[in-house]
Design a protein around this ligand. Sequence first.
Ligand code: SF4
Ligand code: SF4
Length: 224
Amino acid sequence: MSLRDEIMIKEKFTCRHCGIPIGEHNQYLHDGMCNECFFELYFPEDAQIYELDIQKLSQICKMEKKENLGLRDFIKSGRLDQKEFATIVKEVAEKIDCTTCGNCCRVLKTTLSKEDIDRIARHLHMPVEDFIEEHITKNAEGVYEVKHVPCSFLQKDNTCQIYEVRPEECRGYPHLDKDVTTRCIQFFANAEVCPIVFNALENAKGVFLEDIYDFEISDEGGEL
Ligand code: SF4
Ligand code: SF4
């Protein structure tokens, strides 16, 4: 008999979130959860920063695929408390300095509108045609996007050379101020690129743990 089996018999119960063995105290007084899950759910002091290493974001998202699918289905169900989610995002964003990262400018192909192009060309004192020739291209959908990745306006200190007039797409990234219910696919894709999105996602899994669990055992959750 393994040590884990021995503990399970002695402890009789398991944490309803992470599944590790727990005793009667936790079963009846900590809402059926181990200490870590209980305190994470009921006493989250502030948003936590779990990971800032860009190289690891995608890897962790893949490892936590099942958990993330649970959150995704919960968000898509429309049960997410948008106000509470906005608080999580704000707390995470306050703790992460984009100038120590710059990853979105390094890996994403930002799209530009006609207004973006005119504004930036004017700012650079360049004829629009020259600006297009030098910096942007049309993608398969016929939409203008930056020609180079990393973006040619990204400077060594991770700041943007055209910050005041940057494209609207850059201004809005990582788009967490928009309704995440209708932007679920982008939200989870951006978690593999942006530490703000990744850590907001991780925090949301903790804060909405109970709601996700209730959703998963509901008829609606079972159907998805
Ligand atoms: S928005 Fe995200 S990916 Fe872009 S620089 Fe800030 S933390 Fe990094
Ligand atoms: S224009 Fe500026 S903000 Fe936008 S991708 Fe390039 S460097 Fe980043």
